[in-house]
Design a binder for this molecule. Sequence first.
Ligand SMILES: Cc1cc2nc3c(=O)[nH]c(=O)nc-3n(C[C@H](O)[C@H](O)[C@H](O)COP(=O)(O)OP(=O)(O)OC[C@H]3O[C@@H](n4cnc5c(N)ncnc54)[C@H](O)[C@@H]3O)c2cc1C
Length: 398
Amino acid sequence: MNFDLTPDQAALRERARRFASEELAPVAEEYDQREEFPHEQFCRAAQLGFFGLSVPREYGGLGADTVSYALVIEELSRAMPAFGVPVSVHNSLVCYPIAKLGTPEQRQRYLPRLATGELLGGFSLTEPESGSDASAMQTLARKVDGGWIIDGHKTFVSMGATAGIFLVMAVTDPDAKRSRSISAFLIERGVPGFSSGQRVSKMGMRATDTTELLFREVYVPDANLLGNRGDGFKVALSSLDSGRIGIGAQALGIAQAALDTSAAYALSRKQFGEPIIKFQAVQFKLSDMATEIEAARLLLMEAAALKDAGQPMTTQAAMAKLMASQAAVRAADSAVQIHGGYGYLKGNTAERLYRDAKVTEIYEGTSEIQRIVIAESLIAEPATYPLPAFDVSAPVSG
Ligand SMILES: Cc1cc2nc3c(=O)[nH]c(=O)nc-3n(C[C@H](O)[C@H](O)[C@H](O)COP(=O)(O)OP(=O)(O)OC[C@H]3O[C@@H](n4cnc5c(N)ncnc54)[C@H](O)[C@@H]3O)c2cc1C
């Protein structure tokens, strides 16, 4: 499906596809088993500009549109889902908000280094007691002369052991109304009082590290406040809209890989004297996978195109993430089933995809939270062509 890609979008997808198939796919299994991030491949991806997708050209980035960003994340994730995590978080949850909301000084200070990958960005919202409910956050930023003192404990930070700068949400105005109580801070690794905890061991996406972040009396100057005081929710929610397109693209890459590996295996594996792809039960699984992938891709492209057109896309981004992550989980499940007992073995791509797929239904808003976002839009905007509502007070006829 080409979705009328421009020559630039098609070229960038080709660049990502070639890098992913030649340099990521061959090492994906090895780094998953070693629970290690592939640093050499990181440097190559940085040379190819993938860490500067969301950075405007004037700061050394590619200045790519959202459609291109989604295409690149899908290609990288198709070969190695765990590689899609840092590229997505870095671009959509760090570079994009700095480019959009940063002061000229913040843009100049951070964007050139983020564009080259010299500085890797991480995003830190979640806390032990505050997951889906960001308003339960306890990390506190206290105003002092010229800056802020931050105290708190964050958890589940992707690339928390590796990233050099974090966009961190903290409560600045506990007595303000919920939407104005939080602010966003740019915090570089190495400032006194800041540390990252042990990496946690995960079911999937094992090549990326996930850690806690600890803040003990960390001084952050006023210059590192992103947006205005009290804008934290606005910063987080607008970044997460783009982030959800990234996670949707990651899920799509996983689903596509599950289909590719399943179709190839079904053609080569023989039982009862013929390739198992001859059996309708196997064909139907492949058909469902292909159909869900196509539907997810269209939703994703719609959300990305709306963002590029400057249109509201919160609902479409939520739908795209919901649909793509469901497609990924179902496709990976079918992939294991089509591989039979061999799908259950370590070293089989289907087994790794099965583990990697699940988290796409959890991070950057669980599927339940996406459904809440979608339902809110239905409540706010009833159908444009309303059918009469059923009148419960009318007498029921025969
Ligand atoms: C591998 C990994 C990487 C991550 N990376 C990052 C990162 O880089 N930065 C970051 O800030 N966070 C990150 N996260 C955290 C992630 O975003 C949260 O785990 C997620 O938002 C859910 O929060 P929770 O785990 O506390 O679950 P909870 O919020 O406790 O939810 C538990 C269950 O209750 C459901 N639930 C909660 N509220 C409602 C409701 N109102 N209605 C219906 N159901 C509800 C949820 O959908 C879920 O099924 C990461 C998580 C993982 C696993």
